[in-house]
Design a protein around this ligand. Sequence first.
Ligand SMILES: Nc1nc2c(c(=O)[nH]1)N[C@H]1C(S)=C(S)[C@@H](COP(=O)(O)OP(=O)(O)OC[C@H]3O[C@@H](n4cnc5c(=O)[nH]c(N)nc54)[C@H](O)[C@@H]3O)O[C@H]1N2
Ligand SMILES: Nc1nc2c(c(=O)[nH]1)N[C@H]1C(S)=C(S)[C@@H](COP(=O)(O)OP(=O)(O)OC[C@H]3O[C@@H](n4cnc5c(=O)[nH]c(N)nc54)[C@H](O)[C@@H]3O)O[C@H]1N2
Ligand code: SF4
Ligand SMILES: [Mo]
Length: 668
Amino acid sequence: MATLPSVCPLDCPDTCSLSVEVADRRARRLEGSRLNPLTAGFMCAKVRRFPELAHGPGRLRRPALRVGLKGEGRFREVSWDEALTRVAEELARVRSEHGGEAILPLTYGGSNGSLTHGTLDERLFRRLGASQLARTVCAAPTGAAAGGLYGRMVGVALPDYVHARLIVLWGVNPKASGIHLLPVLKAAREQGARLVVVDPRRTPLAKQADLYLPLRVGSDLPLALALIRELFASGAADEDFLAERCHPDQVELLRARAEPWTLGRAATECGLSEADLARLAQLYAEARPAVIRCGWGLERNRRGGAAVAAVLALPAVAGHFGVLGGGYTMSNSRSFALNQGAAIRAQPYQTRTINMNQAGRALTEPPGEGPPIKAVLCYDANPLATFPDQERLRSGLLRDDLFTVVFEQVRTDTARYADVLLPATTFLEHDELRVSYGALLLQRSRPVIPPVGEARSNLAVFAELIERLGLAEEGDPTSPDALIEALLGPERAAELERAGQLEPPCGAHPIQMVDVLPQTPDGKIHLVPAALEQELAAQGGLYVYEPSPPAPSYPLTLISPASPRAISSTLFQLHEQIVPLGLAPADAAARGIESGDRVRAHNELGEVVTLAAVDPDLREGVACLPKGLWAQHTLNGATANALCPDHLSDLGGGACFNDARIEVEKLT
Ligand SMILES: Nc1nc2c(c(=O)[nH]1)N[C@H]1C(S)=C(S)[C@@H](COP(=O)(O)OP(=O)(O)OC[C@H]3O[C@@H](n4cnc5c(=O)[nH]c(N)nc54)[C@H](O)[C@@H]3O)O[C@H]1N2
Ligand SMILES: Nc1nc2c(c(=O)[nH]1)N[C@H]1C(S)=C(S)[C@@H](COP(=O)(O)OP(=O)(O)OC[C@H]3O[C@@H](n4cnc5c(=O)[nH]c(N)nc54)[C@H](O)[C@@H]3O)O[C@H]1N2
Ligand code: SF4
Ligand SMILES: [Mo]
């Protein structure tokens, strides 16, 4: 038995440092360690089960070729050589017959670090001249908003929330999605901090909050604008700060756009009480330091980008920067500047871009420009479980003239649709470099067990494909060490080698607007960034709100938040029960539905048949089915994504997962 260090690379802000007990070439037990101070010696229950994923029956161990019909899931195991010969031949054929743009990577990489995603894969697709995939399924609207206003300035460090007197959790559920914030929140509250939660669902932390605002889904923009208006109107706005750090014309434009949103009008639009809005405005004006933890629940909507921008404008208007524990936290993924170009080492793309949220459309409709997609290479993502408009994507993957490679760790629902199935290593078996998007830390991890079966790493497989397609060039970095040196530069790479982890240049406890500054071209805060204003010109500008159009046949709004059992779809297969659709008591009663009934949730895109669970924590009009479910979790094999539209959010082309309109009926 040996105990070896590792790092959880999954798509979670906490990036735990881990200790892994290994015996007989198998990972036996995982536990959180203390190398990452945020981990504090504990990890989540879901990833503790990772050995079941790594060594269990669903693991892909050998390459395989499809033998049955598309989607049937019948395969014949073959050698790596046979599988890669087939892949290289097909990619070369498609490229010569239809052009490189007929090849599309289907990927996301949220649960990959900087070695296994966006390096050799990207080199292959660029040199092939493949279609580009816009990486929009998550964090595109928040990225556009945080980028426009602050140039993605690093946020308040999560441990520094202990210094705050007011903590606002806005569209975020750390009880599931980032559990290491919980002890910090507890300590802050013991020192007198107030907690506010803004969420249509009474989350576990909402139950403990001093103030809980169960707003209507998608109504965050008017709420934030009303708070901004109130700060200005009550004299609580920090006019000196705004004059110094922002552009005066943008301050005036924001003030004007907020002007129509009185507390009363916003309360009506958001379905909240005016008194609660007034209370939040007062708390936020008076408590110092105050911090907003902005999450991702609000971005996944038509006006999600503008909503996030307005939320992020709040600390500037109220003058909450400049003290430890004051300001905001969004994503901290830009706390390190990695030289990704040096790792990719290929000319930038000149090809068309396809938005991943509309991958189903791209596979089923004639293209606006360029050739139809003839080959997809799916890796670092489970599209059938996680992309919008599941049924359209499924019909695309069923196309007989589409060549589909799925490079996966486990037999996912997407894997069933492969022509060639390639087994991938997990983080326990390969090298990784992980920048956290929550903790302010970069960590390196090494393999703790040998590859399971014949699994190979992304680096090995993409290097081999580059070679076989004749696209390799002299001096290409391919090994983990060479790539790390390219990404970090020799000095920082040597420092990482010595220490095993690096702090970002801003340190572990940056004060916003003191230690970290807006990374906008002129170093100022852009309350109304010109680019975003232009992107939304057709809607009247950045902070102009239009509610979603009414959908009389589909009166309920389906949200699909993070579940404590999985990270997106990863690990959900270990949960063997049917997952019920949550319904608010009044909505269930109006349809004669009780917990345990079989129900059919549907809209014009698809239907989900599952059990019902009456959930008093949902506000009326809201239904809930977690993201990342597998076909095994419902009675008809479809999941929330079968009901999620593929229209795009206002900024960044993001997914509108929480803008799904549905009706639900009881089945007998
Ligand atoms: N256990 C677990 N942890 C995860 C993940 C996971 O799948 N499971 N996923 C990881 C990933 S990929 C991400 S991006 C993060 C996401 O982390 P979070 O931001 O916490 O993500 P969500 O659960 O999508 O949404 C948070 C909350 O937003 C609420 N919400 C829905 N619609 C609205 C709205 O219109 N306005 C407001 N104010 N709130 C709304 C939901 O009810 C939910 O409670 O978590 C990461 N961590
Ligand atoms: N309905 C609904 N759907 C959503 C969301 C929502 O709010 N609602 N949120 C979305 C969000 S926030 C996100 S981030 C996306 C995430 O969507 P995805 O990116 O699809 O994430 P996962 O479901 O975790 O799938 C990742 C897959 O990559 C595989 N993998 C991991 N590491 C490697 C590797 O090194 N090599 C290879 N070849 N494969 C690997 C894993 O086995 C896993 O199956 O889902 C989105 N989907
Ligand atoms: S998913 Fe998050 S909490 Fe769980 S082990 Fe990974 S980093 Fe830690
Ligand atoms: Mo995400």
